[in-house]
Design a binder for this molecule. Structure first.
Ligand code: PLP
Length: 395
């Protein structure tokens, strides 16, 4: 059966060239990068080169790049590490309402420790309100955190402006750039951020490999205690193959980013146009302006049906997507992002995220539209809200 992968925001496949670059570091150059012999030196050399490559690609200095186990750890570290380092300066932090779970759940835990969080609202397209940010900042605000691009609805946030506001009030600015990296230009100096997290598996690199950018001079405690790795800021034997793969993936991704993003955006736009024209009672979530939306993202709410039912039916047809609900404690909770942009709860339940990649084709987009039309019609025909002709009942 035909298999179509439209879940690139969840993860991407490892680029074959990245795998080739990594392989020797599993088998022949397997030394511990901290060891004082030739095996160790060879490993360390690869790590140094990878760090230089990554730093140059994001506009950072090599000693500002810290390797982690991925986006989740980097988000945890930025938030916890800054809170704990600056608790004598202040205990107030501002983050957006639409952050990734790695941020929201860390914030909830820090609240229990006595830190105070303000959760910034967003407009109907998911953009944070800069006025509200300005009004929420207090003398004891130590950090403002906002993602560069949202993983569910693709909104690209005005981080440069957010950083300027934070700095004007002597607060630090953190951005989660996990979804943005490889899709849009990301440079720490253009953005003006102090901390930034990113993760290799979202741009055809290995899973379990990420980094936190920490600008020189930023106060941050470590959260993983151990040896002297990562300039004593993050313990644990360096994942040498992961680091090498991370750098290679970022290098390859950036080298063709412009063409790839344009191509992926053309698939997205074709899909959005066809779905909104050919399926009734459907709403596109996130920015209408394609330039303010991640090139790969199309997120829809289909009225009168459950997202889970659509997801399972598409899966049976070989099409992999993601739903806007997260199964927590046995019940399906609608996405916090969709609720934050004002999608009513019952409509949020009918949401599906399609995220395209450079290996997808126009034929796959068209096939998915055809399948989706069949599935939505079939599910709606079973819905008590529809009459036999597939029209909404006048209730
Ligand atoms: C995927 C993702 C993360 C988590 O990264 P992992 O490397 O999978 O832990 C964090 N933030 C955003 C926006 C993401 O999309």
């Amino acid at each position: 059966m035909k298999q179509i992968y439209l879940d690139h925001a969840a993860t991407t496949c490892l680029d074959e060239r990245v795998l080739q670059k990594m392989t020797p570091y599993f088998t022949t150059i397997y030394g511990n990068a901290n060891s004082q012999h030739s095996f160790g030196r060879d490993a360390q050399k690869a790590v140094d080169e990878a760090r230089d490559t990554i730093a140059a690609l994001i506009g950072a200095k090599p000693n500002e790049v810290y390797f982690t186990s991925g986006g989740t750890e980097s988000d945890n570290w930025a938030l916890r590490g800054v809170c704990h380092a600056l608790k004598n300066k202040g205990k107030h932090v501002i983050i957006s309402k639409i952050e990734h779970a790695a941020m929201i759940s860390t914030a909830k835990e820090l609240e229990k420790e006595g830190f105070e969080f303000t959760y910034l609202g967003v407009d109907s397209e998911g953009f944070v309100d800069l006025k509200e940010l300005e009004n929420s900042i207090r003398p004891d605000t130590i950090l403002v955190g906002c993602m560069l691009a949202n993983n569910e609805i693709g909104t690209i946030e005005p981080i440069k402006e957010i950083a300027e506001i934070a700095h004007a009030h002597s607060a630090l600015c953190f951005t989660d750039a996990v979804q943005a990296m490889g899709a849009i230009p990301v440079n720490v100096n253009d953005l003006g951020v102090d901390l930034m997290s990113f993760s290799a598996h979202k741009f055809n690199g290995p899973k379990g490999m990420g980094a936190l950018y920490i600008r020189t001079g930023v106060s941050i405690n470590r959260i993983i205690s151990g040896g002297h790795q990562e300039r004593t800021r993050r313990g644990g034997t360096t994942n040498v193959p992961g680091v090498v793969g991370f750098a290679e993936a970022l290098k390859l991704t950036k080298s063709t980013m412009k063409e790839d993003s344009e191509y992926v955006a053309s698939l997205r736009d074709r899909f959005i146009k066809r779905v909104t024209e050919e399926i009734p009672y459907v709403k596109l979530n996130g920015p209408k302006d394609g330039n303010k939306r991640l090139p790969n993202n199309a997120d829809f709410s289909f009225e009168f049906i459950e997202g889970e039912s659509i997801l399972f039916s598409l899966d049976l047809a070989g099409i992999a997507v993601s739903s806007g609900s997260a199964c927590s404690s046995g019940s399906l909770e609608p996405s916090h992002v969709l609720l934050a942009i004002g999608v009513p709860e019952e409509i949020a339940h009918g949401s599906i995220r399609f995220t395209f990649g450079k290996e997808n084709t126009v034929e796959e987009v068209d096939y998915t539209v055809e399948k989706l039309k069949e599935i939505v019609n079939r599910l709606r025909a079973m819905s008590p809200l529809f009459d036999l002709k597939g029209e909404v009942k006048n209730v």
